[in-house]
Design a protein around this ligand. Structure first.
Ligand SMILES: [Zn+2]
Length: 262
């Protein structure tokens, strides 16, 4: 296997949620504001999107998308330029340039813009597509039937519970990270200058990683804890920076589009 690199990576600017902190980690108190980014990666063999954020229409009118009760609990803040398609266009691409879309999982705050990419190849972890349509009661609010209906006919590739080297050169590796949901995945992105692991919701906050505490509404807590340990191991062996999707400190310290990691 030849070793390759992804050329560029952008963390796309995004709306935020402001939620009760105990919904993210037992023992916290007060409210916490967290980002919901997507990541665009340019590779010689394709333009890859990791997650698609919340539905664009939910940025300006969350009540019509989620209903009053859920919208009130989410505290969405953002402007229309934060929509994933607008962010991609601001970098000089068209949404049709995106060749591969990888869903960390199909929760509404990660897959809400997926319908904007009808011609891409779509990837999800094992069991995610079925679970999204028939979730456990505690997780049901995270999956939106109307959003799933829009993407049902897409070119889906369900990864069979293993790691997938997307272009065969080791630069973009989809890691199976079950626990938060059955099909949760993370993505390794190896650039010339550094390596990131985009965690998705395999972990939500730095503190959760250090304490090895699962997330309160995880599908499978034993798998989730194994996944946390796996992330910590990969951080060492891959000499990688973990980019925790929702962690406000990661978002503050790492750079966003238009800044480009190369
Ligand atoms: Zn989630």
């Amino acid at each position: 296997m030849s070793l390759g690199f992804a050329r560029k990576m952008w963390a796309l600017d995004c709306p935020t949620l402001t939620v009760d902190a105990t919904t993210l980690l037992y023992g916290l108190s007060g409210m916490i504001t967290i980002p919901m980014p997507s990541f665009l990666i340019e590779h010689p063999k394709g333009l890859v999107l990791f997650d698609t954020g919340i539905a664009p229409e939910a940025i300006t009118d969350p009540v019509s998308v989620y209903g009053q009760a859920l919208a009130d609990g989410l505290g969405i803040s953002g402007d229309p330029s934060h929509a994933v398609d607008k962010q991609i266009e601001a970098l000089g691409y068209k949404t049709t340039d995106v060749t591969h879309v990888i869903a960390s999982h199909l929760h509404f705050d990660h897959a809400g813009g997926t319908h904007l990419f009808p011609n891409a190849k779509h990837y999800a972890g094992e069991g995610e597509l079925a679970f999204a349509h028939w979730p456990t009661p505690i997780a049901a609010f995270c999956y939106r039937d109307d959003q799933l209906a829009r993407i049902r006919g897409f070119d889906w590739h369900e990864i069979p519970g293993c790691d997938v080297d997307l272009f065969g050169d080791g630069s973009l590796v989809i890691y199976s990270m079950p626990g938060h949901t059955p099909g949760e995945v993370s993505l390794k992105v190896r650039l010339a200058s550094r390596t990131f692991i985009l965690t998705g919701d395999a972990v939500h906050l730095r503190a959760q990683l250090e304490q090895e505490y699962h997330f309160p509404i995880d599908y499978d807590t034993i798998s989730a804890l194994r996944t946390l340990k796996r992330l910590k191991t990969l951080r060492e062996t891959e000499e990688a920076t973990l980019w925790i999707t929702h962690d406000p400190d990661d978002w503050a310290e790492l750079k966003h589009a238009p800044y480009c990691y190369e």
